[in-house]
Unconditional design. Structure first.
Length: 292
């Protein structure tokens, strides 16, 4: 049986020492695949259908309040995955729920060798991985089928490292985010559950035999955010409807009011926000370019 030692944070231990792995779902409450994967794994472990032989496994529902109401955050524009500055536990509490929840989760991330945070996008997207480009990370994300890997070496996403995977990396572990598809699509719950089990087998936590799916990865880096101004922003036709929309150098991607927004390089649009998640002064989408 898994032990719930903090609200919606469960742990179980094998008979011998080994790796510590953490699986998170529901960092954003409307992204249901990760929520269901965590519940499915917990049920398998509680029933004995999955047994840990070595190491430690943590299962986490990231933002229970947001999960309960089916929203991205506990309140509009709050984001648990922008609540993990490297110095989090040395900072003064803000009084915001996402900050207090991050403080509960952070010690688990600090002692984890591997953290997989399961996400989904609000607009259509193929599955992809977001993490550092490194051979160590590739050994983890190879179990999560996708063609694209997105990294953020310049901290474009939040201005500084603020996500669960970045926090894990900063404290000596290997962190990754797996975007499973669109938030409303639960068709991949069983598949993603098996992806996690494959990782657990590979790392020696559970018994079994797996064969890695062969994926040729395209590596991308975030280059800049598209900020919503008081003038508003409208995407040009054929842009802003999904992640990984390609554009060529000099293409007009949209307009800030009457001012064309043109980029001087070839790339892709990622994480375009739905209208309800847009806020003046904050990113409404991001741009990235292929690096390998």
């Amino acid at each position: 049986m898994m032990k719930e030692f903090l609200p919606f944070i469960w742990e179980t231990h094998g008979q011998t020492s080994g790796k510590t792995i953490t699986i998170i779902g529901g960092t954003h409450g409307n992204e249901r695949t990760g929520v269901e994967v965590v519940l499915k794994l917990k049920a398998m472990l509680d029933s004995g259908n999955l047994a840990l032989k070595t190491g430690t496994l943590y299962l986490v529902h990231g933002n229970p309040r947001a999960i309960e109401i089916g929203e991205r955050g506990s309140e509009p524009f709050l984001d648990l995955n922008r609540s993990f500055p490297i110095s989090l536990l040395m900072n003064e509490p803000t009084g915001v729920y996402e900050d207090s929840r991050a403080r509960e989760i952070a010690p688990v991330l600090q002692k984890s060798d591997i953290v997989v945070d399961l996400h989904a996008t609000n607009k259509p997207s193929e599955p992809f991985v977001a993490c550092i480009h490194s051979p160590y990370h590739e050994e983890i994300y190879k179990w999560f089928p996708c063609q694209k890997v997105l990294s953020d070496p310049g901290a474009v996403l939040a201005g500084e490292p603020m996500t669960t995977d970045e926090y894990t990396d900063a404290h000596g572990g290997i962190g990754m985010c797996y975007e499973t598809g669109q938030a409303s699509d639960l068709a991949r719950v069983d598949e993603v559950t098996q992806n996690v089990i494959n990782l657990l087998i590979d790392q020696g936590l559970v018994e079994g035999i797996v064969t890695s799916s062969i994926c040729e990865h395209e590596c991308y880096e975030l280059t800049e955010p598209v900020i919503l101004t008081d003038d508003g922003f409208i995407f040009a036709q054929d842009f802003g409807e999904r992640s990984w929309e390609p554009f060529t150098q000099g293409t007009i991607l949209g307009h800030h009011g009457n001012t064309p927004f043109v980029v001087g390089y070839e790339g892709v649009i990622v994480f375009p926000k739905i209208p309800g998640h847009r806020k003046v002064g904050k990113p409404l989408a991001y741009l990235a370019k292929r690096v390998s």
